[in-house]
Ligand binder design. Sequence first.
Ligand code: SF4
Length: 354
Amino acid sequence: MSKVFFKAAEEIGPANTHIDHIKELFWKIPVVEKGDLVAIKIHPGEYGNTTYVPPVIVRTVTDLVKEAGGIPFITDTTVLYRGKRFNGPDLLWTAAVNGFTFGSMNAPFISADGILGDDSVEVPIGGEYIKNITVASAIAKADAMILISHCKGHPASGFGGAVKNLGMGCLDKEGKAKVHSPGKPDIYPEKCTGCGKCIKTCPWDAISLENGKACVDKNKCKGELSCIESCKFGAIVPPENCTTEIQARLGEASLGPLRLLPGKIAYINWIFDLTPGCDCFNFSAPAFAKDVGIVASKDPVSIDKASLDLINKKIIEEGCMHSIIDLWGIDPIIHLKYAAKMGAGNMEYSLCRI
Ligand code: SF4
């Protein structure tokens, strides 16, 4: 059973700020030793998103890493879909626009998988679905990592927290494509008008028109699914039940960074601004439940299980839904169970309110 330390949102006030809470929690999860190169893995938010973890919180962690004797850098990886984080320069641009500059952080922001998203280290994990996974170089080659995750809903895994940040956010493009691969979509030709919008959306040139109808080349497709949203006619659909296998792969892939940095990763989950969608969206929808607080642990599965339990408790108190499953019809426990099965962490935890 792993310990999860908790500071409730209700306790925040002028004499007990978010920053005070982060400082107290940081010293409960020590992983930084003198001279360590420390990756502070965040999600800087897509351009237009406004509910990612605030820069002042990340700056506080950066200062704490220095106080512990480490050499911090802030980092994230490039993404599979077209947007403002597709390559390294775009990722740095978006991070800067969203507040993560050298000036604000007093530490550099680095694209962990390089300028094209292919700079990585392959690590064997021996999963049921994934045998080897490619972890972004700047994370793989660090001495320690503080993984800061904004908890929120997610259309592919029901919930995004620490396990998703490890099993997707720490991978290069090839690794992400392995996790997404069950999502390669099908086309209903009878619904397709041949408008070509999906062709422009796909950054992998995986869609073309054949006889006036869209056609997906599954060898080129990375399963990132932005084409589905682009089609206003419902002609592109993901394979049935693909989210279960995507979650299984996500849970398995979370082991990659853990294999490379054994005992050297600490986790902070930021449970504020509980948006239905992830920080990759170029907008932030209203929260589906009130703020919960901050949790910290050295176990990624325990911290996510505790976060989910706290969120579900809040949902029930507010009577807005039955559980987080109602958001997308997806049970996020599946990816946590796969991560636990791989040995990434424990589903059992003890919550220590401090
Ligand atoms: S966006 Fe939809 S309707 Fe338009 S070409 Fe693609 S599949 Fe067909």
